[in-house]
Design a protein around this ligand. Sequence first.
Ligand code: ADP
Length: 357
Amino acid sequence: MSTLISEPESSAREFARSHARPADHAGHTDDFRGASPSGHAVYADALVRHYNGNRAVDHVDLRIPAGEIYGFLGPNGAGKSTTVRMLCTLLAPTGGRALVAGYDVARQPGQVRLRIGVALQEAALDPRQTGYELLSLQGRLYGLSGKALARRLTELGELIDLGDALDRQIGTYSGGMQRRLDLAAALVHNPQVLFLDEPTTGLDPASRARAWSEIRRLNEQLGTTIFLTTQYLEEADELAHRVGVIDHGRIVAEGTPAELKRSVGTDVIVARVAGDARAARFRVEAVPGVLSVEAHGDELVIATADGAGAISPVAVALADSKMTVRDLTLRTPTLDDVFLELTGTHIERKSPEEDPS
Ligand code: ADP
């Protein structure tokens, strides 16, 4: 294991400070955008990390092509951050192997660091610095100066849209503004692969939507490969081209959000009726294509392979049962349904809309 890998875990800012770089690298764009010779921006083979004998990451394999947004979805404690820290060279793997932008994280950490940007959960920002000072410092650490630095700062200022706030002390920023500044700092050297560790945890819905559009723009306009950890289902669903679902250190499913949801196999029709829903149960069960019916109070939850095709016959069956239907909705499976089917538990929901507390 290389001694260049710092342990214990270090912050993204320390990471940049620890790494001076050749001046010709910053601002560089090429068509390669972080592909390894095998064509993968991130490649991991049986990656393992133990903490005191406990396996936080347990034989994780990753094959992420350049240009992809990969969502790494799992509940708290699943092993997301530990995986990211290993891929970013901030934590040594206990076993296995990983290549990022074509370089081995354990044997060539310097090469990896030149090509990646990292925004970890806790942005370790100095509240007395201005945003502009932080970005200038970061740019100089990556070898930019003079006009090239000024140009890059202008570009980044536009990207994160902080406007005049860049001249204010970071201590006056909202949580969302701090995240955006941290993201800009991670982008100073135009990285090929960007690691975002729970980029929107704790943000209000408006800031979250804004972060999503910035992430999308980075990927679409610059071709940046993005490895995004999240515990928010909608975030993975909205942003990721492909999602890896991790639980207890193991990847339990992987695919596009649509593929994963299809793997659950059913659409769900939910009917709310006036009165006891059990009275309609048998007629609804007899509808062709209906797989199962559960009745709870005034609600019937109907699983079917073809929701669009079954919804009208279900409505007819309810009418035949002399039921007054209050509402009838067709729901496709969510990534939470996928997680539930795979693990028997829900992914903890803590997004601002879902958890007003
Ligand atoms: P996630 O990012 O998905 O919430 P983590 O990678 O932080 O999960 O943690 C995975 C597991 O490793 C958890 O059981 C956590 O308690 C444990 N863990 C994480 N960091 C440490 C550490 N520094 N020392 C000991 N155990 C740790």
